[in-house]
Structure formats: C-alpha cells, structure tokens
Design a binder for this molecule. Structure first.
Ligand code: 9UX
Length: 72
C-alpha cells in the first residue's frame, strides 16, 4: 500500500529548482506522486514501500544538488 514521506529540502531558490527535484523523485520506481513546495522548502512524496524507500528518495534529491531531511 501507499506511504507518505515529507522532506525538508535546503537550497531551492526558484521554481525550476523545485521542478528538477520533482522530476528526480518521479523518475524513481515506486513513486505514486511528488509535490515540491519551493516557498516552504518541502517535498511531499507518495510512494510504494515495496519498491522504494525514504533514503533512496533522499539520495535522488541530493543527486540533483539539494540536501534533504526526512521530517515525517
Ligand atoms: Mo535556476 Mo533554481 O539555475 O536554483 S534552477 S535558481
């Protein structure tokens, strides 16, 4: 079944930053949806835990240049 993760993402300064984070998350297998809020430095992700986990999502965000911390 689907799980939710909320990340704090440091360093996004424009909507293109948010777009690249969102795309990076959505490229992973096992993602239901991803929504990045540049104003509040948050990324909300719906995912399928049998296929992907919070750490893999965090690393995908890091790979496009932003430090992310799991909030809940
Ligand atoms: Mo543009 Mo956002 O280079 O960092 S994508 S400011």
């Amino acid at each position: 079944s689907e799980a939710k993760a909320l990340f704090s993402v440091v360093g996004m300064t424009c909507s293109a930053c948010a777009g690249s984070v969102e795309k990076a998350i959505k490229r992973l297998p096992g993602i239901g949806d991803a929504s990045v809020d540049v104003l509040n430095n948050k990324a909300q992700v719906l995912f399928y835990p049998d296929f992907v986990d919070e750490e893999t999502i965090r690393e995908a965000i890091k790979d496009v240049g932003f430090e992310a911390t799991l909030i809940k």
